[in-house]
Design a protein around this ligand. Structure first.
Ligand code: AMP
Ligand code: ZN
Length: 116
């Protein structure tokens, strides 16, 4: 899907509501609507990038900023020390449903490994 009709572009712009927990000029983070853990936040770039496969060299800093956001969010929710999982799902086999890059930040329970 292109950026027209992309729900995460709409959340980033404020057209669609979301429970935002962190925002910078380039990155937005909000609570996942179907949380898979007590803490489940999605970190997205404001720029529409479809999948990990679409990340370009010029996005290096942006991707770093997404992880710095995850770190801040972990601190804010008190899980930096207890631990958290960061996940990018890419394409069908990984279960990607929304084709706007997003970093899942999951915490607040013991995670299993390997993932299902
Ligand atoms: P993925 O399967 O990696 O593409 O993850 C997409 C995630 O987006 C899922 O965990 C959904 O629960 C979540 N999601 C879908 N729509 C919304 C929404 N409107 N607000 C918040 N989270 C959403
Ligand atoms: Zn988008």
């Amino acid at each position: 899907m292109n950026k027209d009709g992309c729900i995460f572009c709409q959340i980033a712009s404020g057209e669609l509501p979301a429970e935002k927990v962190y925002e910078t000029a380039r990155v937005v983070a909000f609570k996942d609507i179907r949380p898979q853990a007590p803490v489940h936040i999605l970190v997205i770039p404001r720029e529409h990038i479809e999948t990990v496969n679409h990340i370009q060299p010029e996005h290096r800093e942006l991707i770093g900023e997404m992880f710095l956001a995850a770190q801040e969010i972990a601190k804010k929710f008190g899980v930096a020390d207890s631990g958290y999982r960061t996940v990018f799902n890419c394409n069908r086999d990984a279960g990607q449903d929304v084709y706007h890059l997003h970093l899942h930040v999951l915490a607040g329970r013991k995670m299993t490994w390997p993932p299902g």
